[in-house]
Structures are given as C-alpha cells and as structure tokens.
Design a protein around this ligand. Sequence first.
Ligand SMILES: Nc1nc2c(c(=O)[nH]1)N[C@@H](CN(C=O)c1ccc(C(=O)N[C@@H](CCC(=O)O)C(=O)O)cc1)CN2
Ligand SMILES: NCC(=O)N[C@@H]1O[C@H](COP(=O)([O-])[O-])[C@@H](O)[C@H]1O
Length: 209
Amino acid sequence: MPSIVTLISGRGSNFEAIVKIAQKEQWQVTFAGVIANHSEAKGLDFARSQGIPAFIVEHREHPSRESFDAALIEKIDALGADLVVLAGFMRILTPAFIRHFEGRLINIHPALLPAFPGLHTHQRALEAGVSEHGATVHFVTEGVDEGPIICQASVPVLVGDDEKSLSARVLAAEHQIYPRAVKWFLDGRLRIDGNQVQLQPPESQLIKL
Ligand SMILES: Nc1nc2c(c(=O)[nH]1)N[C@@H](CN(C=O)c1ccc(C(=O)N[C@@H](CCC(=O)O)C(=O)O)cc1)CN2
Ligand SMILES: NCC(=O)N[C@@H]1O[C@H](COP(=O)([O-])[O-])[C@@H](O)[C@H]1O
C-alpha cells in the first residue's frame, strides 16, 4: 500500500482535506506521518486526533538549511514515503532534498502559477488588480514554485475583496484540487514529459469547481 508523508508549517487544512476525502473514499493509502518545522503547527493536533504519527523537526535548531533538510530526509525515509506532500509548508528546500525526492514531491501554491510565486500571493493579486486568482498543485523543483504543474483551479476576485476574503475563497479551492492531485499520483496517472505533466487517461487539469 502506498504511503504519504506530509510536511506542514501551520494549521494543516490541506492535509486535513486530503485525509478526510481519503477516509470517505476509502483510498488504499497509508498516512505514514506528518512533520512540522516548528511546534506551534496546529496541524499536528489533527494528525494526532487521527492516529497519524506526528513529528517536529524544528528548523530553528539547525545551523543551516542543509542540516535541516538532512534531518527531514532522515525522518521521511525512516517513515517511508512513496509521496511527500507539502501542505502549507513554509521552508524553501535545498537541491539535495529535491534530488532525493524527485518525482514524488508535490506542493500546493495559493496562486495561478506562474503568476505570483513566493509569499503573500493574495495581497499581491489584489494590488495587481487581477480579476481571477486561484491555486496550483505542482511538482517541487529546486526553483521555488517553478515545478511542472499538475492541476489548477481559478476563483474570481470580487469587488470589495480583501486578503481575508480572497484567501478563504482560494483555500476552499485548494481543498478540492489537492486531494484530486494526490489521488492521480497514487493511481499512477501522472507522467512528467520534460516540464509538462501528462495525465493518463486524460482529463482537464484546469479543474472546474
Ligand atoms: N526548492 C523549493 N522549495 C519549496 C518550494 C519549491 O517550489 N521549491 N515550494 C515551497 C512552498 N512555497 C510556496 O508555495 C513557499 C514556501 C516558503 C517560501 C519562503 O520564502 N520561505 C522562507 C521562510 C518564510 C517563513 O518562515 O515564513 C524561507 O524558507 O526562508 C517561499 C515559497 C516549499 N519549498
Ligand atoms: N507557499 C506555500 C503557501 O503559501 N501555502 C499556503 O499556505 C496556506 C495554509 O495551508 P494549510 O491550511 O494547508 O496549512 C494555503 O493557502 C497554502 O496554499
């Protein structure tokens, strides 16, 4: 049975959405563990409530990114991961980490990449005056938020939106598309052809909500 290790930094709502749909649809998958980069990550509480092993690898206790990432690799390998899911994980990962998990490391980004890579995407979208925003699931590569796109969903930016209202609308979209992308991976439907992700059998990778 394939196993997933999830990395979080905060509330872990994407992780929760994946676990709940996996339970509802009775996926054949093991959630081998959740790892947070600091102890205040509330998503650890949800993991514990579900009997999913929860761990903290405190990035502030490491002298370098390389040291932190090496500790992450050791923990993830000890748990066993066919897929590593970044879910609100807020640390840039080193080339060594990327190489170690290449092709089985995914992330959800709160924007329609390639628009708005990095942080503070909702505020930046509002400041840019875009009429649509959204979320992207992608394979993770050394470059930040540059990896091959697996799927996306768009949401409207409404008159009167602020960062709170827009982020909530995007987050609701994330909770729909991330579980879909994880299941595609688990079902062996994703192939990377150069920088393009091919889904077999084909279906739209721009998900209608
Ligand atoms: N090598 C890669 N690492 C990560 C990627 C990636 O595509 N390549 N995706 C990110 C997730 N992410 C956006 O989706 C993201 C997370 C964090 C940052 C960032 O600047 N982090 C700062 C610390 C910020 C903080 O602690 O609040 C940092 O690491 O110095 C940018 C983008 C996950 N990693
Ligand atoms: N660059 C990474 C990033 O900004 N991730 C974003 O963190 C939020 C909290 O996720 P969570 O509720 O799953 O913890 C989500 O919107 C996710 O897209």
